[in-house]
Design a protein around this ligand. Structure first.
Ligand SMILES: *Cc1c(COP(=O)(O)O)cnc(C)c1O
Length: 395
C-alpha cells in the first residue's frame, strides 16, 4: 500500500503487510523454505551482523510469516509481533521470556486450562511464584500485586462464563510496580477489543480461533512494543523455536482478509440466538456480552466495541438436560473448539474444565447445566430451529 491515509481495519486486513516478489503476484506468496541464500560471503557476514536487512532462517523469520505479523500489527496498533505455532506457544513464550527465579506472576483464575497449567504448575518448577485471583474485581489485583510481580495475565471475556475484567484498571496496577500486563484477547477478537489502547503491554492470540476461522490449522501471535520484543522475546524466540510454519502463516494471512465479515455475521447470529435462549423456559441463565443484562455491561460499554461470537447458557435441569440438548442438536456439532465457521457446543464441566476441583469449578460459575456455544456461519434461523428442537427433546 502506498497511501498515507489512515485506513480502517477491513482495508488493512486485506492489504497491510503484503510483500510482493518480483513476479508481482496478486495474492500473498507462500515462501515454503527453511533457509535463504546469500550472493557473497560478505553479504552473509553483514546479514548475521544485522547490518543488512534480510532473512536468515525460518526459525527466526520468514517472508510469509512476516506478512502475517505485519498485518496483525496494523490491526492491533502494535509496533511488532511474533507468530507462533499455537496459542499456547504464544502464551508460554510471552510469560517465560520475561520471568526469572524469584519473580512473581499475578493472574486471574478464570483462564483457559493450559494457561493455568503454565502459571500454577510450570512456573513454580523454575522458582517463579504466582497468585491466582478473582480478576473481575479491580481491587483484588491491587491487593495481590507485589514489588517483585513481573507479569500480570488475564483473558476477557473469560472462557467459558464470558466474565469481564477491567483491562484499564489492571494496567494501572501493573504500572504501579513496573510489571507488564499480558492480555489473552481470543474471546474478544482483535476487532472488538484493543488491549494496547486500554494500557496493556502485551497481547496474545490463539490464531487457531477467529483469525483462522475455518477449523484447519493452529497458530498464535504475540504483539507488543518494539522495545519489549527486542529486549525480552527476540532472542528467546530465535533459540527456542516456537515460530509458526510459513504454510500456516499463509492460511492465517488469508483468514485475516475475511475476519471482519465473519466475526460481524457470527456476532449478529450469536445475539439472535442469545435472545432466543433467554426467552426459553428450559434456560435459567444466558450470559452474552452483547446483552444489557450482562452483569458487567458497564465495563463492556467502556472497553469493547462489539458483543461476542460466543454465548454461555445454563439449563435448569443440570447435566442431564445439558447432555440431552447437545445430543439433540443436528446442525450444531459437539466440540471443545471455538471461532470456527461451524457452530460448536461444549459442556465445560465434563470436558475443557473437568480437571478442576468441584470447588474451583463452582468459583468460576461452571455449573453442571452450563453450555458454551461458539456460533458459526450457518443461517441463524437454522441454528435457532436446531436449539428449539433440541430443547424440546431435553424436556
Ligand atoms: C484456544 C485458546 C488458547 C490456546 O490456543 P491453541 O491455539 O489451542 O494453543 C489460549 N487461550 C484461549 C482463550 C483460547 O481460547
Amino acid at each position: 500500500m502506498t497511501t498515507t491515509r489512515k485506513l480502517r481495519p477491513a482495508t488493512q486486513l486485506v492489504h497491510a503487510g503484503t510483500l510482493r516478489s518480483g513476479f508481482g503476484e496478486t495474492s500473498e506468496a507462500l515462501f515454503l523454505t527453511q533457509g535463504f541464500v546469500y550472493d557473497t560471503a560478505e553479504a552473509a557476514e553483514s546479514r548475521f551482523k544485522g547490518e543488512e536487512p534480510g532473512f536468515i532462517y525460518s526459525r527466526y523469520a520468514n517472508p510469509t510469516t512476516d506478512m502475517f505479523e505485519k498485518r496483525m500489527c496494523a490491526l492491533e496498533g502494535a509496533e511488532d509481533a511474533r507468530a507462533t505455532a499455537s496459542g499456547m506457544a504464544a502464551v508460554a513464550a510471552a510469560i517465560l521470556c520475561q520471568v526469572k527465579a524469584g519473580d512473581h506472576v499475578l493472574a486471574a483464575r478464570a483462564l483457559f486450562g493450559s494457561c493455568r497449567y503454565i502459571i500454577e504448575t510450570l512456573l513454580p518448577k523454575y522458582g517463579v511464584d504466582f497468585t491466582l485471583i478473582d480478576g473481575s474485581k479491580a481491587e483484588n489485583w491491587e491487593k495481590a500485586i507485589r514489588p517483585n510481580t513481573k507479569a500480570l495475565f488475564l483473558e476477557s471475556p473469560t472462557n467459558p462464563t464470558l466474565e469481564i475484567v477491567d483491562i484499564a484498571a489492571v494496567a494501572k496496577v501493573a504500572n504501579s510496580v513496573g510489571a507488564k500486563l499480558i492480555v489473552d484477547n481470543v474471546f474478544a477478537t482483535p476487532l472488538f477489543q484493543k488491549p494496547l489502547e486500554l494500557g496493556a503491554h502485551i497481547v496474545v492470540y490463539s490464531a487457531t480461533k477467529h483469525i483462522e476461522g475455518q477449523g484447519r490449522c493452529l497458530g498464535g501471535v504475540i504483539l507488543s512494543d518494539k522495545k519489549w520484543i527486542d529486549e525480552n522475546l527476540h532472542e528467546y524466540f530465535r533459540h527456542t523455536g516456537p515460530g509458526l510454519s510459513p504454510f500456516n502463516s499463509w492460511i492465517m494471512l488469508k483468514g485475516l482478509e475475511t475476519l471482519p465479515v465473519r466475526v460481524r455475521q457470527q456476532t449478529e447470529s450469536a445475539a439472535k440466538i442469545a435472545g432466543f435462549l433467554a426467552d426459553h423456559p428450559a434456560v435459567s441463565k444466558v450470559i452474552y456480552p452483547g446483552r444489557a443484562d450482562h452483569p458487567q455491561a458497564d465495563i463492556i460499554a467502556r472497553q469493547m466495541t462489539g458483543g461476542s461470537t460466543l454465548v454461555a447458557f445454563e439449563l435448569k435441569d443440570g447435566k442431564k438436560a445439558a447432555f440431552d440438548c447437545e445430543n439433540g442438536l443436528e446442525v450444531v456439532r459437539i466440540s471443545n473448539n471455538l471461532g470456527d465457521s461451524k457452530s460448536l457446543i461444549t459442556h465445560p464441566a465434563t470436558t475443557t474444565h473437568k480437571n478442576l476441583t468441584d470447588e474451583a469449578r463452582a468459583e468460576l460459575g461452571i455449573s453442571d447445566g452450563l453450555l458454551r456455544l461458539s456460533v458459526g456461519l450457518e443461517d441463524a434461523d437454522d441454528l435457532i430451529e436446531d436449539f428449539d428442537a433440541a430443547l424440546k427433546a431435553a424436556k
